[in-house]
Write a protein that binds this ligand. Structure first.
Ligand code: ATP
Length: 969
């Protein structure tokens, strides 16, 4: 027999809960779903192991990979109701008869046969149970069979309670019954008025009525309990010791739970005298039970039920032992998604699963011998407190499905079952009650029932006694008070909720403010970025301007190069022309010389005849020479007096233009530089005063402070009791926020400065360049002025001198007498001419001199050509020398300075023209020849020298400037 215990003086040692597994066959749904059998159990019984194969393997692999659970006994699909009763319930029933409290539980997934096992077919067929009858009917029948054969007085009572959605309901109470009251669980060890198993002291013969327990019964029980605890003698004094013994044993359990009896207030116990009466009560209760159709079960129990049979059995003469048999049918655990539970069904399933979960935790805690067992976490576990780990003998039947589709739940059930096997109970005999008290209690109960009946008969509308009515009224008052208390609690909670909502709203507002502040800060940062961008653009503009300037310089440099090339070409042309002209003149002179020599030879052969012609010729020659001289002189004077002013004017005009250009350039540059300088100063000012020095930290700190004050204000209101904690928290947060903002700001500044630093260096350097250029520009302006004014004054001086010279030449020309008049006036000449023949030698000498002079003139021309060539070469060299090489950045100014010398070539041309005039006169007595050392030529040479000096000075300045510029670059 399963679950037997060793008895010793009415007590037993620790005893494990008996655990059995009952596996039904596949039901229609499972067969329809073609869900294979994965659980291996014996067909009927004979094993204590259940294996389940969840891997889907077959054959040996299935055996190897399947999980095996060990329990006390396993029943297969062919195990009958009778077998289950005999193997599991009957042993407990025997103990129950002996006076032990016993419990049989069925536990398992929905539709696995819990109700079938516990109740089965409860109907009677010709007064007999069917084969399908479950444990409860069988216990009822067995009980009365057993009691009838024993020759002892007894009283049997039944109660049937349901736990549905965590609410207790008396299934035997008529719902229309006015006296039905709310059921509440009490622990008799803490509730003074609770009764454990006391009930009416009625004998089998005397009380056959079903009657509910009354408050008087409770008072009696309470009184009895007090006496037991204080070892007070009972009224007859004889039963005190045995009662106290029993009680002292209970106390020795050392645990409140084990000592305590769980009692359901207002639950009605119905006195039965036959099994049929018990069956009727069972049927009545089952009708009231919550049953519904689900996808898994057509008659799915949606609640936990406890059918309790209380036995008061005579022992030791005047004492009756009280024992209880609790037959518990738990609702089935179900997978809500699979069971298709919705709305009410889903709520039921949730509640069922919750209470079963707690039951599982209680089982685990008890199995693991935890210090704390969460009995109080659900009503189910509270009700089962005595049966699990208490002083009750307990058997658990785990019902399972063999089908694969339920394998998950089956595993879970088997885990609970195997775990529950480790729970140890300390079963002990039930308490005793004195016969007279039991009789008094039953008598009082009968009297009350009689009074109710009387009231019912005599007064319309009143169906109970005054006492009952008063008690009910008191209960009503107490309920009203409770309702009031609940209302107050609800009001308090509502006001707390309102406050919390307000706090939440305030917090939300603070959060919004914070968000706005953060947005503002982000805007400020964006504005700073925009400013930096603008500054970058300005810098870029400056760089672009510098690039434009550079391009302009290059263009000007190209123009300068072209000009120099043209000038060079011009010089080459001049040289070529000079060379060709001079060779022509030379050839002409040589030719003339040859002719003269020939003439001289002819004359010497026949001089006389030609004297006249010679005379005439000479006269003509002289006159021609005179005329030529006059023309040349006039030309010369006209050229000098005509071209020099124009030359001067052109030079002066050019200088003025250059000056204007230089001045404009200077002004533009100065303006640009001052703009740049101003921009630089502005930017420097901004960098020094504002750039990331706008005291953002204070701003941030002020923001943080404001936020802090906001949070503090609301926090003070909201969390008065936690003010100190909040202060610390906020302070920490403030520091944290400040630090993080400071770190973020410094990171941003550092990053920006890292990016900006190279630009700044470049930019500052560029400003140095600008400054240097500015200084150079000023120096250039300063340096260029004196040579220009010198040049101007020199030109002025030259002009004055030339004009004076022209005047003097004119005066002398005026003073000069014409050769014709001289000859006409000179009689001596006429006279002497006739003696020319005599003076042939003189004439020949003169001719020779003339020839020599011509020769010398030719030499002089050669020299002049050489000197002009050398002068041109010098000029070229000087020009080459003065040409700045490798001009960079400041070449524009140099080009502008070169513009200062556009008159170099005209001056040279003027000089050449004078020389050309000089050499065009072959006569040594020619005024032009004489004028080769004239003041005009001297002045021209002087002007040329001065010009050259000025030019050299300018070259020197340019060289200086260029070297400075190169150094700065
Ligand atoms: N061992 C069995 N032999 C024959 N029929 C069985 C057996 N077990 C269960 N059944 C049948 O299966 C159906 C479901 O059983 P039952 O209602 O007892 O399941 P349950 O576990 O109580 O379900 P729920 O938790 O939903 O109430 C019933 O029709 C029942 O007759």
């Amino acid at each position: 027999m399963v679950g037997s215990s060793r008895e010793s003086d009415g007590t037993v040692e620790e005893l494990n809960i008996t655990v059995a597994v009952r596996c039904r066959g596949r039901n229609e749904r499972e067969i329809k779903a073609k869900s294979s059998v994965v659980v291996s159990v014996p067909d009927v019984t004979g094993s204590n192991e259940v294996s389940i194969n969840t891997t889907g393997d077959v054959g040996i692999a299935a055996q190897i990979n399947s999980k095996t659970y060990t329990v006390d006994e396993v029943f297969g699909p062919s195990a009958t109701q009778s077998l289950i009763f005999h193997r599991i319930a009957e042993p407990l029933f025997a103990d129950f008869i002996k006076g032990y409290n016993c419990t049989v539980l069925v536990y398992g997934m929905t539709s696995t046969g819990k109700t079938y096992t516990m109740t089965g077919d409860e109907k009677l067929y010709d007064g007999e149970l069917s084969e399908s009858a479950g444990i409860i009917p069988r216990v009822l029948f067995k009980l009365f069979e057993s009691l009838d054969v024993q020759n002892e007085d007894y009283v049997v009572k039944c109660s049937f309670v349901e736990l549905y959605n965590e609410e207790l309901k008396d299934l035997l109470s008529d719902s229309q019954d006015f006296s039905s009251r709310k059921l509440r669980i009490f622990d008799s060890s803490t509730v003074n008025g609770s009764a454990m198993s006391m009930s009416n002291n009625s004998s089998r013969k005397s009380s056959r009525n079903n009657s509910p327990r009354s408050s008087s019964e409770l008072s009696t029980a309470s009184f009895m309990r007090k006496r037991w605890k204080t070892n007070m003698p009972t009224s007859n004094g004889s039963a005190g010791s045995s009662v106290s013994n029993g009680n002292s044993n209970r106390n020795q359990q050392g645990s409140q739970d084990q000592n305590a009896g769980i009692y359901i207030q207002n639950l009605q116990d119905f006195h039965i005298t036959t099994a049929k009466e018990g069956i009727k009560l069972l049927q009545k209760g089952l009708k009231h039970r919550q049953v519904a159709t689900t996808k898994m079960n057509d008659f799915s129990s949606r609640s936990h039920t406890i059918f309790t049979i209380t036995l008061y059995k005579e022992c030791h003469g005047e004492l009756f032992r009280v024992s209880k048999m609790n037959l518990v049918d738990l609702a089935g655990s179900e997978n809500i998604s699979r069971s298709g539970a919705q709305h009410q069904r889903a709520k039921e399933a949730g509640s069922i699963n919750q209470s079963l979960l707690t039951l599982g935790r209680v089982i685990n805690s008890l199995a693991d011998k935890s210090l704390h067992v969460p009995f109080r976490e659900s009503k189910l576990t509270r009700l089962l407190q005595d049966s699990l780990g208490g002083n009750t003998k307990t058997a658990l039947i785990a019902t399972i499905s063999p089908a694969k589709i339920n394998s998950e739940e089956t595993c879970s059930t088997l885990q609970y079952a195997s775990k529950a096997k480790n729970i140890k109970n300390k079963p002990q005999l039930g308490s005793v009650i004195m016969k007279d008290i039991l009789v008094k209690s039953i008598t009082a109960e009968l009297a009350k029932i009689k009074a109710d009946l009387l009231s019912t008969k005599t007064r319309e509308g009143i169906y109970m006694s005054q006492d009952n009515y008063k008690e009910l009224t008191n209960d009503l008052d107490s309920y009203r008070t409770e309702v009031q208390e609940y209302k107050r609690a609800i009001e308090t909670l509502t006001s707390q909720n309102t406050l919390l909502l307000k706090d939440k709203k305030a917090s939300n507002e603070v959060n919004d403010l914070q968000r706005i502040k953060i947005q503002n800060m982000q805007d400020s940062i964006s504005e700073l970025h925009a400013r930096i961008d603008r500054q970058n653009r300005r810098e870029q503009n400056l760089v672009n301007t510098a690039a434009t300037l550079r391009t302009t310089l290059n263009t000007m440099q190209n123009i300068l190069n072209e000009r120099e090339k043209k000038e060079k070409d011009l010089k080459e042309n001049i040289n070529r022309l000079i060379a060709s002209d001079f060779s022509q003149v030379r050839q002409m002179i040589d030719k003339n010389f040859q002719e003269i020599q020939n003439n001289m030879k002819l004359e010497s052969d026949g001089m006389q005849p030609n004297i006249d012609s010679i005379k005439e010729e000479i006269r003509t020659l002289l006159e021609t020479a005179q005329k030529h001289t006059d023309d040349m002189y006039k030309d010369c004077v006209e050229k000098v007096s005509g071209e020099l002013p124009a030359l001067y004017e052109a030079a002066s005009e050019r200088i003025t233009e250059v000056e204007a250009m230089v001045g404009k350039c200077y002004r533009d540059l100065s303006e640009n530089l001052s703009d740049a300088s101003e921009e630089y100063n502005n930017f420097k000012q901004y960098l020094n005063d504002h750039f990331f020095k706008n005291n953002h930290e204070e701003l941030l700190a002020s923001h943080v402070d404001r936020a802090y004050h906001h949070i503090q204000a609301s926090g003070e209101e909201m969390f008065k009791k936690f003010k100190e904690m909040m202060d610390n928290y906020l302070e920490n947060n403030k520091h944290l926020m400040l630090n993080s903002l400071r770190t973020a700001t410094s990171d941003v500044i550092e990053k920006e400065m890292q990016l900006f630093e190279p630009q700044k260096d470049k930019w500052e350097k560029s400003f140095k360049y600008i400054n240097n250029c500015d200084a150079l520009n000023i120096a250039l302006q300063k340096d260029i002025k004196p040579p220009l004014s010198n040049f101007r004054s020199t030109l002025q001086t030259s002009r004055d001198m030339i004009e004076q010279t022209v005047v003097k030449v004119k005066e002398r020309m005026n003073d000069h007498e014409s050769p014709r008049s001289m000859l006409s006036k000179n009689q001596t000449f006429n006279h002497e001419f006739s003696g020319l023949l005599n003076k042939e030698n003189q004439l020949q000498e003169g001719l020779k001199k003339s020839l020599q002079f011509t020769d010398a003139y030719g030499n002089a021309l050669d020299q002049l050509q050489a000197s002009i060539s050398s002068a041109v070469r010098d000029d070229n060299q000087a020009t080459d020398k003065s040409r700045p090489e490798n001009i960079d950045g400041v070449l524009r100014r140099i080009d502008e300075q070169n513009v200062l010398y556009p008159d170099r070539s005209p001056l040279k041309r003027a000089s050449f023209k004078v020389n050309k005039s000089e050499r065009s006169s072959p006569n040594k007595s020619s005024p032009i020849k004489a004028s080769s050392h004239s003041p005009c030529k001297t002045q021209l040479n002087l002007a040329r020298v001065t010009y050259k000096r000025s030019y050299t000075d300018l070259d020197g300045i340019l060289d200086d400037n260029q070297s400075k510029v190169s150094r700065h670059h």
